[in-house]
Write a protein that binds this ligand. Structure first.
Ligand code: HEC
Ligand code: HEC
Ligand code: HEC
Length: 447
């Protein structure tokens, strides 16, 4: 096919700029998570939920949808007012800040029309034609219906307007060139609303809408191409974001969630824990805390139904979950069995720092959330999430209880953390870990 030279140049520009600009995307999403996690605010507490008595049905629907789309995750700074922005996204070439999306007319979006708002959410074009960076996940929200976007607007406008000026971004050239996003959108933004798939049931289509247009699962779980756009043919195949691994959640039996029961999947999404499959930590813990725990049981079931229907994707041999690892079968709650091969230093640290909560048989003491047996994290030889959870701990408010693991990043050297991570993978995953002190050092800078 012949392209006109101007178009070819435009496309070339799009791709080059895309590659450079979009390195920003990965980091920014996870920066947001990292910050929110470190300070562990419970946004649901700081939002004044429109009480059922005073809120109109539209506002109530908007509140539900805003939660399902997790707008609060990025638009609230740690300890800050809900939706008032200010969350820093630290990038290799500068810092950018999420914006105030409360109804304040001067510092927020109080003067925005319906069209201004819908264009920002679905096309990444803010009021006055300002091109947003895709740290704002409009590539997913683009599938949202206008009605749903406007319900979210009605909800945001029902909350107290917060006067808080946006902080100026400090990005180096060429990343400070907003217009360059125009090129990227031209190539990568599929500006298309959600279309029900006739091959799917009504429930599965509802799940598809929840997973894509609202819950933006793919922003974390779908691998990206060189220009950092999500790979459409690898949907939910698993991806790395800022030192964490968002697992393969396709129906593949060996590498995905094909072996999970419906109840396990529903529990994991709605409560952050599935018996026999571990718990949600890091960015997923936040998604459960801020967003997924608020879905109705019907919507959770719809998500599960949809996850069963996407194409299965393979994974890397050696990362399969071992549900009955020999070292665990040989252990009791209070003592490891003979023949542990995970290394003496790691075992020693685990004994002193971890076993009291996790137990040698991985059942979890006091709370089932601390169960490690069957978790993908302890079956990944690179130990990415094992290292991250030690560096940052865990803090998740779910269903009225707090799930907590302390931070171990400060008291231990890179070598010690690598040793304990390898021990955990060997003992609970039944496979040799490959965590190096260098990988731990790298993980420290990623979080
Ligand atoms: C993963 C993080 C993230 C999530 C989730 C997110 N946003 Fe954003 N949003 C951002 C960032 C970062 C910006 C600023 C982008 C820029 O300056 O180019 C932004 C910008 C915006 C803007 C433009 C504001 C302005 O003053 O220009 C609006 C409106 C907005 N978001 C609404 C929403 C809504 C509504 C939701 C939920 C449906 C949402 N956002 C979810 C990160 C996020
Ligand atoms: C902000 C990034 C992010 C978003 C958004 C997100 N996830 Fe996750 N997800 C992760 C990470 C990271 C993990 C690994 C958590 C861990 O190991 O504790 C994970 C784990 C999971 C798991 C467990 C898989 C396993 O094998 O243990 C399931 C299931 C899952 N996510 C489903 C979803 C669904 C469905 C959505 C959308 C509704 C979603 N996630 C949205 C980052 C995300
Ligand atoms: C005070 C109790 C406690 C201690 C001590 C503790 N943990 Fe945890 N750990 C938990 C809880 C609770 C969770 C589940 C957190 C969540 O999902 O939000 C967890 C989660 C984990 C996970 C799963 C991470 C994932 O991505 O799914 C691993 C691995 C882990 N801990 C390893 C360790 C190691 C290694 C140590 C010692 C260095 C340790 N823990 C010490 C309570 C503890």
């Amino acid at each position: 096919m012949k392209t006109r030279p101007t178009l070819r140049i435009a496309l070339l520009g799009a791709v080059t700029l895309g590659v450079s600009t979009l390195a920003l995307h990965e980091t920014s999403i996870l920066r947001a998570s990292a910050h929110a996690q470190d300070a562990a605010p419970a946004p649901s507490q700081s939002v004044q939920p429109a009480s059922a008595a005073q809120a109109s049905p539209l506002v109530q629907r908007g509140e539900y949808l805003a939660r399902a789309a997790d707008c609060v995750a990025c638009h609230t700074a740690p300890g800050g007012k809900a939706y008032a922005g200010g969350l820093p996204f630290k990038l290799p070439f500068g810092t950018m800040y999420a914006t105030n999306i409360t109804a304040d007319r001067e510092t927020g979006i109080g003067s925005w029309s319906d069209d201004d708002f819908v264009n920002a959410v679905r096309k990444g074009v803010g009021k006055g034609g300002k091109h947003l960076y895709p740290s704002m996940p409009y590539t997913s929200y683009t599938a949202m219906s206008r009605d749903d976007a406007l319900a979210i607007k009605a909800y945001l406008f029902s909350l107290p307007a917060v006067r808080q000026p946006n902080r100026a971004n400090h990005l180096a050239f060429p990343f400070n060139q907003r217009w360059s996003m125009w090129f990227w959108n031209l190539v990568f933004l599929k500006d298309r609303r959600f279309q029900p798939d006739p091959a799917l049931s009504a429930e599965e289509n509802r799940g598809a809408y929840l997973a894509t247009a609202l819950g933006h699962c793919g922003e974390c779980h779908t691998p990206r191409n060189l220009a950092f756009a999500m790979k459409a043919n690898r949907q939910f195949a698993g991806a790395e974001l800022q030192g964490w691994r968002a697992w393969n959640i396709t129906p593949d039996k060996r590498f995905g969630v094909g072996g999970w029961s419906d109840a396990q999947l529903a529990d994991y999404l709605a409560a952050g824990h599935a018996n026999g499959r571990g718990s949600a930590a890091g960015p997923m813990g936040e998604a459960v805390e801020n967003s997924l725990q608020y879905l109705t049981p019907q919507d959770t079931a719809a998500l599960v139904a949809y996850l069963r229907k996407i194409p299965a994707q393979p994974g890397e041999a050696g990362t399969e979950v071992d549900l009955q690892p020999a070292p665990v079968l040989a252990s009791s709650a209070w003592a490891p069995g003979a023949g542990d091969t995970g290394g003496a230093l790691g075992k020693h640290i685990f004994e002193g720092a971890c076993a009291s909560c996790h137990q040698w048989n991985g059942q979890g003491q006091q709370t089932p959330y601390a169960a490690l047996l069957g978790s993908q994290a302890v079956n990944d030889p690179t130990g990415l999430n094992v290292v991250q959870v030690m560096l940052h701990g865990a803090h998740m408010r779910v269903r009225g209880q707090t799930v907590f693991m302390p931070v171990f990043g400060r008291g231990y050297s890179d070598g010690e953390l690598a040793a304990v991570a390898n021990y955990v993978v060997s003992h609970f995953g039944g496979k040799p870990g490959r965590v190096t002190p260098e990988a731990v050092a790298k993980a420290r800078t990623a979080g």
